[in-house]
Design a protein around this ligand. Sequence first.
Ligand code: IPE
Ligand code: IPE
Ligand code: MG
Length: 230
Amino acid sequence: MIPPKHVAIIMDGNGRWGIKKKNSRNYGHKKGLVAVGNIINAAIEKKIEYLTLFIFSTENWRRPINEINYLFNLLNIYIDKEIKNLQKKKIKIKVIGNIKPFPKKLRSKIKNLEKITNSNKKIQINMALNYGSRQEIINSFKIISQKKLKFSEKNVEKYLYTRGIPDPDILIRTGKTNRISNFLIWQIIYSEIFFLNKMWPDFTKNDFFKIINSFLRIRRNFGGLNDRNN
Ligand code: IPE
Ligand code: IPE
Ligand code: MG
């Protein structure tokens, strides 16, 4: 039983949850943030080294501007409120994705957060912001071709946002939808995938622990033959 090092989560279902409770998608986003806090603590308890959270996809720009602004505003408030706490808990924050199109003030806040948490060692949280797998892979290909390097798996990985980070052992998606939505398609080739019916704001520490326990019972082959089935 090798414990998981990297857990990636597609935190889906905020909007539907919010509509059901208060007829407001944004209310769901607000409560989704509470679940984020709980799961960060759960991941620390389980000694997970990397937690990757899908927060905003390259396709989420298709949403109404008021929802996009609400999400940016939440992130702004979250950083202001949590920055000290993240430091105290020795959490390192890294962005994966392209935050250039984000509002300038938010961008510099995010950059500052990355900078000041950079040497923290307890857990690394990868915040996927304006992240899309295809964009990430094309970006890597461009660099490889500019540098006239060989197109090898090693070189492609070297120029992904996730450079140096082990592939996710576990991928979780809440929200009753069994799809990947352009998330980490290069990195999840051997991830164990858990699709949950629960909406993200309802996802608890206990749900997280249950998934970790199920994972520990899985025999992973990576295309080879596991000792026990020879
Ligand atoms: C996921 O929840 C969070 C973001 C994409 C920011 P959704 O907002 O997609 O919620 P549903 O899927 O519409 O319920
Ligand atoms: C995936 O959820 C993106 C995030 C959780 C940030 P979406 O709600 O955007 O995915 P689709 O559109 O249902 O595939
Ligand atoms: Mg959704």
